[in-house]
Design a protein around this ligand. Structure first.
Ligand SMILES: Nc1nc2c(ncn2[C@@H]2O[C@H](COP(=O)(O)OP(=O)(O)OP(=O)(O)O)[C@@H](O)[C@H]2O)c(=O)[nH]1
Ligand SMILES: [Mg+2]
Length: 266
């Protein structure tokens, strides 16, 4: 084992050096006043806790997007379009919530790690509306689907539904962003998003007056919308309310996907 000799010597040199450093470190630490030492330890502990809690917080950030709106507006069609790029032709009035966690269809061919989205489609049938209250508190964003074809006959009902969402305690407190998705724009007779936005704003303005008269009497925990004395506009809301156009049927859903990705970071 002659070849090992120089190695042993080298290891011996390193060991001596290490021992020397250790002694120096101990001596040095004994010179430091104990208060300084405690402060240093406290700073170390606090930073470690901070880093851990930031990581935990990041992980628990919601990836839930809620699809809601009147029955027949096209939520389920949109759901499948986002999930697998098909419209599942002939969807019927949904009687149950539709839920899924997946990577958006348009992103499925992208390389790298993409965060899946938890998409919930809550049917518009009045019996199932209470279901919405279960999902709103955990939502990172709400897509309110409006039928842009049959808009005028449904304007009042849609505005009432949207009013309830915009005054929901979780939505107000957590400032959950809302996207008004004007669907079915594949048809030329569909109304534009600007027209729809203005009509809903007008309708909510009327609702606000009638509801605030009511809430004086019994509905106490309702939040009020907008600025008193001014015509209602979505820009007055605490949370961000935007409008987009889409067609679940033909797969023109880019603006909806953009909204989802803005609020569920990949
Ligand atoms: N032209 C056109 N029709 C659409 C579009 N999206 C949905 N539809 C049609 O509208 C009807 C209702 O669509 P659904 O997706 O079932 O509506 P929904 O919002 O899920 O309705 P509920 O489940 O009752 O709340 C169906 O006949 C769809 O084919 C669209 O983008 N363009
Ligand atoms: Mg449906």
């Amino acid at each position: 084992m002659e070849g090992m000799e120089p190695w042993k010597e080298q290891v011996e040199v390193w060991r001596n050096q290490l021992e020397q450093w250790l002694h120096q470190a101990i001596e040095y630490s004994q010179q430091i006043p104990p208060t300084q030492l405690y402060i240093a330890i406290a700073v170390l502990v606090v930073t470690t806790l901070l880093v851990i809690s930031i990581r935990l917080f990041k992980r628990t950030k919601s990836n839930t997007i809620v699809l809601t709106g009147l029955t027949g507006s096209g939520k389920t069609t949109l759901f499948y379009q986002l999930q697998d790029g098909s419209s599942h032709l002939g969807t019927v009035t949904s009687m149950e919530t539709n839920e899924g966690t997946f990577v958006l269809h348009s992103e499925s061919s992208k390389k790298g790690k993409i965060k899946p989205v938890h998409l919930v489609d809550v049917p518009g049938h009045s019996r199932l509306r209470p279901k919405l209250d279960e999902f709103l508190p955990q939502a990172a964003g709400i897509v309110f689907v409006v039928d842009a074809l049959e808009f005028l006959p449904n304007c009042r009902l849609a505005s009432e539904y949207l009013y309830d969402i915009l005054t929901n305690a979780s939505v107000v407190k957590k400032k959950i962003p809302v996207l008004i998705c004007c669907n079915k724009t594949d048809k030329v007779t569909a109304h534009t998003k600007e027209f729809i936005r203005k009509q809903i704003e007008k309708e909510i303005d009327k609702l606000r007056a009638s509801r605030s008269a009511l809430s004086d009497a019994d509905i106490a925990n309702d939040f009020t919308l907008g600025v008193p004395g001014e015509a209602f506009a979505f820009s007055q809301c605490n949370n961000k309310v935007s409008v987009a156009e889409a067609s679940g049927l033909t797969g023109e859903v880019a603006q909806v996907e953009q909204f989802i990705r803005e609020h569920v970071k990949p």
